[in-house]
Design a protein around this ligand. Structure first.
Ligand code: ADP
Length: 435
């Protein structure tokens, strides 16, 4: 799988998804605003039209605002609605043009609507049955826009009153708003493309980082596995060329092969631990433990080993606390730190282990007066396969995975681990765990 190709296609996919999400969101937002504005703009006109419709249907017993019937109002001899009652006064929305259609489908109230108006606008108008009882939009000469409704006249079958309200200004407003929304959408989509590009790049960064780490990990692991395998292979091939030799004569080769086999076994166990840690497959089996007693038990054999190599080991176990932890993992953590302390100290150096409680946190410190580490090493010490002195570390059986495992153990117990310089020399590993 080509890394760049995969990254590019993944980035493109992220970008498209983000762009689609942005566009949908803005689309919904624009549609809601647009339809809201449209309904609000027509609301007053539609209320008026419905009021007049009701008035005509009830023969004048309804009003434009649906109350206070005026018994004499629907008495016009031309049959179009009289002015409605608006709060005690007689009022008629001057924008409403009532057109009376007779049985023959001709306009019967030309005088009322005015001859000039009729000639200019309504002479070509035909009665549209689709407007009966339904408020709809219509336009005259594609220039003048109206909101209209037709109501059958109860007094004269086949005749209708068509109420028309000019809505040119509303249409204008809606048209302008539509234009603004379209322009905004285009600008927004262009901005979204840029934003999606930047976001997708940002989203890809941790993926690229973990990809690189993974590749580095596999490369390091294969390298670490190859070295002991090559040694074992060479030694075995050498023994194969001299079959007449006795075991005692090739003892050195056998011992070396065995030690490399042990190393391989340790390495594969470490790799497996880290792989499981990455996949969060490993479950902790926590139980309450007496911390001081536990640390004392783990350190005892190391005190003997230290003594044998003329190093001094001291314990200051003052936490006097019980802790909920996975004993197997805590044991592994202490072993990693004690192993390192022994590996990286010389004769007459000292190694100290202490436990304490500070601000309701449990502290475990493993310190030594050994060779210490450089500033750069200190910042990379928990990286997988990091070894300050490769040759020396290999000699002592190290692979650079111990502290990565230690960090994972501490993390999985919701604690933290810190590596510090010891004064005047050596290292301190400070573990902080929740109580
Ligand atoms: P290793 O198996 O090589 O010891 P670790 O992950 O345990 O791997 O340690 C990584 C590196 O950190 C070591 O190679 C060594 O350089 C450095 N290191 C760890 N512990 C100590 C210590 N107590 N004193 C000095 N250096 C240390």
């Amino acid at each position: 799988m080509n890394k760049n190709k995969v990254i590019r296609s993944q980035q493109l996919r992220f970008m498209v998804y983000t762009l689609i999400a942005f566009t949908i969101l803005f689309g919904i937002f624009g549609t809601i605003i647009f339809s809201q504005i449209k309904t609000t703009l027509y609301a007053k006109t539609d209320t008026d039209l419905n009021g007049y419709k009701m008035m005509i249907e009830t023969g004048g017993r309804g009003t434009a605002n649906g109350a206070n019937p005026d018994k004499n109002s629907f008495s016009d001899k031309n049959g179009f609605p009289p002015p409605p009652d608006i709060g005690g006064r007689l009022g008629f929305n001057p924008r409403v043009i009532p057109i009376q259609w007779n049985k023959e489908g001709k306009i019967a109230n030309i005088q009322q609507i005015g001859f000039i108006n009729y000639e200019n606008y309504f002479s070509s108008l035909k009665f549209d049955p689709a407007t009966v009882g339904v408020i709809s939009n219509m336009s005259i000469n594609s220039t003048y826009h109206f909101r209209t409704i037709s109501v059958p006249l109860p007094s004269e079958t086949g005749s209708y009153i068509q109420l028309m309200v000019n809505v040119d200004s509303e249409q204008n407003l809606i048209g302008n708003f539509k234009r603004i929304i379209i322009i905004c959408s285009i600008i927004f989509i262009l901005l979204s493309i840029t934003a999606s590009f930047i976001l997708s790049r940002k989203m890809m960064k941790p993926i690229i980082r973990s990809w690189d780490k993974q590749v580095e990990f596999v490369e390091n692991a294969s390298h670490e596995l190859r070295t002991p395998l090559t040694i074992i292979q060479n030694k075995l091939e050498l023994m194969q060329t001299t079959p007449e030799k006795r075991i005692i004569d090739t003892f050195e080769n056998i011992a070396l092969s065995l030690s490399e086999t042990r190393r391989l076994s340790r390495l594969t166990t470490d790799l497996l631990t880290l792989a499981r840690a990455d996949s969060t497959e490993t479950q902790l089996e926590k139980q309450m433990i007496d911390l001081d007693e536990f640390v004392h038990k783990v350190c005892s054999p190391y005190a003997e080993i230290a003594e044998l190599s003329e190093k001094h080991m001291w314990l200051k176990l003052h936490s006097q606390t019980r802790l909920e932890a996975d004993p197997a993992r805590l044991h592994q953590l202490l072993v990693i730190l004690l192993d390192n302390a022994l590996k990286y100290t010389r004769e007459h150096d000292s190694i100290g282990i202490s436990t304490s409680i500070k601000e309701n946190k449990v502290y475990i410190e493993v310190s030594d007066t050994g060779i210490g580490i450089s500033e750069e090493g200190l910042s990379r010490i928990f990286d997988r396969f990091y070894r300050e002195d490769r040759a020396r570390s290999r000699e002592s059986g190290g692979s650079g995975l111990g502290l990565s495992i230690a960090q994972w153990i501490v993390d999985s117990h919701h604690g933290s681990i810190q590596a510090l310089h010891n004064q005047p020399k050596g290292m301190i590993f400070r573990i902080r765990l929740p109580k």
